[in-house]
Design a protein around this ligand. Structure first.
Ligand SMILES: *Cc1c(COP(=O)(O)O)cnc(C)c1O
Length: 377
């Protein structure tokens, strides 16, 4: 069975986790700060805050940005539901700006959707391909908006001279360590920022809004601590942080393997006119969480999906435009809202992409997809 994505765990990861099981700390201990510092250094940000998962990272970032009831958050429809759900968590409204021909949120579409209620923009680096952050940042400055990058697909991606996560063109960036993502902690997430104010808010909100710093207390009794905001328990455990540290050491190797796999797919499909490939502009370096192709039409996509599946290869489709999920329909979002995202969804297919995919397995994926397309002709 060849899935579309999976984790790479080796003996050093197992040793890192078992060592923690024998230590004094299972949940928040010294490994958390160690992982945060290493992660911040890896992406080039000043601060990083480890949390329970990528969805918690989105929720906390919106809270730290001060998103409130009645306000609006603009994001891409071509993403995992969590990128937009965080607006509802804050009683705010997600607004969808259609995609461009790279599958990324279109900057002009963002501008058209800005109202006096808009507070946040969440660009999504779909598949690991960076959005045009310089333009998004300029637009946000002009309208006094917060930018939170959904970088769940984009660990190791580069935009112009920057690394995604260094927040050169944003206020915060969020990552996920779900097993299909670049590095895993089982469940886990990270928020990076260069703002000390946001960093402190995020730390407070991650753990019930209870401050840890005695300097913040009004009372100096030794047992005293106080809750200053309504926060959550969105902590990561030391077990997970130790796994994260071990995984992070291999991130460059994982990324190189992903890019090699993409190169092989690209050259294998280059001459097949019924397969459209995602291309990088010179200012983008895709981290290839996903490898997405688009087939001729909806029927060709379905045929290919079924043909691959029959041969024990399990592709996926990323994504049904978020507003077409039943929950969103019930909130009044209508089919046809973002025609380009709908057209993309009709034809897209995510092929197996993960570091341990062997050359031989990849050849069988390529052969199988070719077969499906030739059969249709
Ligand atoms: C995976 C993912 C998330 C959420 O991450 P979890 O760790 O699963 O909560 C958010 N946005 C995108 C685009 C994702 O792919």
């Amino acid at each position: 069975m060849i899935p579309y994505g999976k984790q790479s765990i080796d003996q050093s990861d197992i040793a890192a986790v078992t060592a923690i099981l024998k230590s004094d700390f299972l949940t928040t201990g010294p490994r958390i700060l160690e992982f945060e510092k290493a992660f911040a250094a890896y992406v080039g940000a000043t601060y990083a805050v480890a949390v329970a998962n990528g969805t918690a990272a989105l929720h906390l970032s919106c809270l730290a940005a001060g998103l409130k009831e009645g306000e609006e958050l603009i994001t891409s429809p071509l993403t995992f539901a969590a990128s937009a759900n965080c607006a509802f968590y804050c009683n705010a409204k997600p607004v969808f700006a259609d995609i461009n021909d790279q599958g990324l949120i279109d900057v002009d579409a963002i501008e058209k959707n800005i109202t006096k209620h808009t507070r946040i923009i969440i660009p999504v680096h779909y598949t690991g391909l960076p959005c045009d952050m310089e333009k998004i940042h300029a637009l946000a400055k002009k309208h006094n908006l917060t930018v939170i990058e959904d970088a769940a697909h984009a660990l190791g991606a580069q935009y112009k001279r920057t690394r995604i996560g260094d927040c050169t063109y944003s206020d915060m960036a969020i990552f996920s360590f779900h097993p299909v993502k670049h590095i895993t902690t089982g469940e886990g997430g990270m928020i990076t920022t260069n703002s000390e104010v946001l960093y402190k808010k995020l730390l407070l909100l991650r753990t019930h809004g209870i401050t840890k710093d005695p300097a913040d207390y009004r009372n100096k009794d030794p047992w005293y601590h106080e809750m200053q905001e309504l926060g959550y328990n969105y902590r990561m455990t030391d077990l997970q942080a130790a796994l994260g540290m071990s995984q992070l050491k291999k991130a460059d190797g994982f990324l190189a393997r992903r890019r090699k796999i993409a190169e092989t797919y690209n050259s294998s499909f280059a001459t097949i006119k019924d397969i459209s490939l995602m291309k990088e502009h010179p200012y983008q370096k895709n981290a290839y969480h996903l490898y997405v192709v688009r087939l001729k039409d909806a029927k060709a996509r379905k045929d290919a999906f079924l043909h691959l599946q029959k041969n024990s290869i399990h592709p996926q489709v990323h994504y049904l435009p978020v507003y077409r999920h039943p929950y969103y329909r019930r909130q009044g979002y209508k089919r046809g809202l973002c025609p380009k995202a709908e057209a993309w969804y009709a034809r897209c297919l995510s092929l197996p992409m993960y570091p341990s995919l062997s050359d031989e397995q990849q050849r069988s994926v390529v052969a199988c997809l070719r077969e499906s397309i030739e059969k249709a002709q």
